[in-house]
Design a protein around this ligand. Structure first.
Ligand SMILES: *[C@@H]1O[C@H](CO)[C@@H](O)[C@H](O)[C@H]1NC(C)=O
Ligand SMILES: *[C@@H]1O[C@H](CO)[C@@H](O)[C@H](O)[C@H]1NC(C)=O
Ligand SMILES: *[C@@H]1O[C@H](CO)[C@@H](O)[C@H](O)[C@H]1NC(C)=O
Length: 398
C-alpha cells in the first residue's frame, strides 16, 4: 500500500496529491497513530478516485480511414458507407445496429479507448453529438476512403482526407479553449491526450494501385516518388498537429494490403498467396514511416511518436490464424464474389458467415472485431516487436 500510493499519486497528478504526497503522509502516520494513519490513507484513496477521473483520463483523438471511422461517413454523400446492416451486428453499445463502423463490432480505436479508461467512445466530428462536454473525452475524425494524399479515395465521390481531418481538429482545439480555458486546455491536450493516426492503406488501394483509373499516375510517378510524396505530406500533417498541442502520437503503419480478401479475389490468388506488389509498397512506405517518426522524435521537443506495427501484427494473424482460434484468414465473413467473398462490400444482400469471431476478416477489406481485439491488446500492452518505442499503456502514463 505505502509503496503503491506514491506511484499512483504521481500518475494521477490530482490536486490533492500534488499538495500532499500520499505515500509520505501514509508512512509518517503509520508511525504516529493508527486512527490518523487510517484516516489519511482513506483521504488519499478518496482523493485519488475522485480527482482521478476528469483530471487524468484525457482525450482520445482519432484520425484515419475506415479502419477507425466511427460514423463520420454517415454524414457525407459518399459511396463509402458502413451504416447498413449487418455491419455493427456485434456492437453492444448500439444493440447490434449499424453505426458507420466498418466491422461487426468495435474498431481498434474503440477498444484502445476503453482499455485506457475513457468512459465514452470518441464522438464522430460530423455527428450532431460532437458538441459541449462530450468532446472532452475525445473526437473521431476518421473517414472511410480517406488517405494522406488529398486525391486518395476520389472514386468514393466524398471522404475526409487527413488534411481536412486536421482542419476539423483545429476547430475542436478552439472549443477546448472555451470549455477549459486556454491554459488548462493546453495542459490537458499536451499531457493527458493521445492522438492516433491510422492511415495510408487507401493511398495505395484507392489511389496508386487502382485498376484503370491509376494507370496514368503509375506511369508518371514511380513507387519511390509516390511514397516520397506521402511521407513529405505526412511530415507536414504531423507538424500541424504538433503546432496545435498534440504531443503523444501513435501512428499505424500500413498493413499487408496484398493479403486482404479483396486483393486476393481480384488477383485470383490461392488461399495462402498474397499480392506481391501491394505488400512491397506497404513495406517500403513502412520503412520510410519509421525513419520519419525517428526524425520527428528528435526534432519536435516534448513530442513522442510511437509506431504501431500493424503490418507484422496482421501478418502474424494471417500466417498463424489457427493459433489464435480462427478458421480462415482468407475468406471474408460478410461479402460476395469470387472464392474469398472479396468483390462486393458487406451489405444487406451479402452472405454472412455463422461464426464471426472465427474469421480474421469481417469484409473484403476490414478485420473482424475478434482480430481487432488481438491487435488492440498488443498495441496496449505488447513489446517493441509490435509497438515502439513504448506501448500505449506506457505512452498514456508518460
Ligand atoms: C447522440 O447522443 C444521444 C444521447 O446521448 C444518443 O441517444 C444517440 O445515439 C447519439 N447519437 C450518435 C449518432 O452518437
Ligand atoms: C482537396 O480536395 C478537395 C475536394 O475533395 C478540394 O476541394 C480541395 O481544394 C483539395 N485541397 C488541396 C490542397 O488540393
Ligand atoms: C488553425 O486555424 C487558424 C484559423 O482559425 C489558422 O490561423 C491556423 O493556421 C490553423 N492552424 C493549423 C496548424 O492549421
Amino acid at each position: 500500500m505505502l509503496t503503491y500510493l506514491p506511484l499512483r499519486c504521481l500518475g494521477l497528478k490530482s490536486l490533492v496529491c500534488i499538495s500532499f504526497d500520499c505515500g509520505v503522509i501514509g508512512a509518517m502516520a503509520a508511525r504516529v497513530k493508527y486512527s490518523w494513519s487510517l484516516a489519511l490513507v482513506l483521504l488519499c484513496i478518496v482523493s485519488l478516485s475522485y480527482f482521478g477521473n476528469a483530471a487524468d483520463i484525457g482525450a482520445s483523438f482519432v484520425f484515419g480511414d475506415s479502419l477507425v471511422d466511427a460514423g463520420n461517413n454517415n454524414y457525407l454523400p459518399t459511396l463509402s458507407k458502413a451504416n447498413i446492416p449487418p455491419n455493427g451486428i456485434d456492437f453492444k453499445a448500439s444493440g447490434g445496429q449499424p453505426t458507420g463502423r466498418y466491422t461487426n463490432g468495435r474498431t481498434i480505436g474503440d477498444i484502445v479507448g476503453e482499455e485506457l479508461g475513457v468512459p465514452n467512445y470518441a464522438v464522430p466530428f460530423l455527428s450532431p453529438n460532437s458538441t459541449g462536454k462530450a468532446i472532452l473525452y475525445g473526437v473521431n475524425y476518421a473517414s472511410g476512403g480517406g488517405g494522406i494524399m488529398n486525391a486518395t479515395g476520389r472514386i468514393f465521390v466524398n471522404r475526409l482526407g487527413l488534411d481536412i481531418q486536421i482542419d476539423f481538429y483545429n476547430t475542436t482545439r478552439k472549443q477546448f479553449d472555451k470549455l477549459l480555458g486556454p491554459s488548462k486546455a493546453k495542459d490537458y491536450i499536451r499531457k493527458s491526450s493521445i492522438f492516433s493516426i491510422t492511415i495510408g492503406a487507401n493511398d495505395f488501394l484507392n489511389n496508386y494501385l487502382l485498376p484503370v483509373l491509376s494507370i496514368g499516375a503509375r506511369i508518371s510517378e514511380t513507387p519511390d516518388g509516390f511514397i516520397d510524396d506521402m511521407i513529405n505530406h505526412l511530415r507536414d500533417q504531423l507538424t500541424r498537429l504538433y503546432q496545435l498541442d498534440a504531443r503523444k502520437f501513435v501512428i499505424g503503419n500500413v498493413g499487408p494490403i496484398g493479403c486482404i480478401p479483396y486483393q486476393k479475389t481480384i488477383n485470383q490468388l490461392n488461399e495462402n498467396e498474397c499480392v506481391d506488389l501491394a505488400n512491397k509498397l506497404a513495406k517500403q512506405y513502412n520503412s520510410r514511416l519509421q525513419n520519419l517518426l525517428t526524425e520527428l522524435n528528435g526534432k519536435l521537443p516534448g513530442a513522442t511518436f510511437v509506431v504501431a506495427n500493424v503490418y507484422d501484427l496482421v501478418m502474424e494473424l494471417i500466417t498463424n490464424y489457427e493459433k489464435y482460434g480462427f478458421i480462415t484468414a482468407s475468406k471474408a465473413c460478410c461479402g460476395n464474389g469470387g472464392q474469398f467473398a472479396g468483390i462486393i462490400p458487406c451489405g444487406p444482400t451479402s452472405t454472412m458467415c455463422k461464426d464471426r469471431d472465427k474469421h480474421v476478416f469481417w469484409d473484403p477489406y476490414h478485420p473482424s472485431e475478434a482480430a481487432n481485439l488481438i491487435i488492440a491488446r498488443q498495441l496496449l500492452y505488447g513489446s517493441t516487436k509490435y509497438i515502439s518505442p513504448v506501448n500505449l499503456k506506457q505512452l498514456r502514463n508518460l
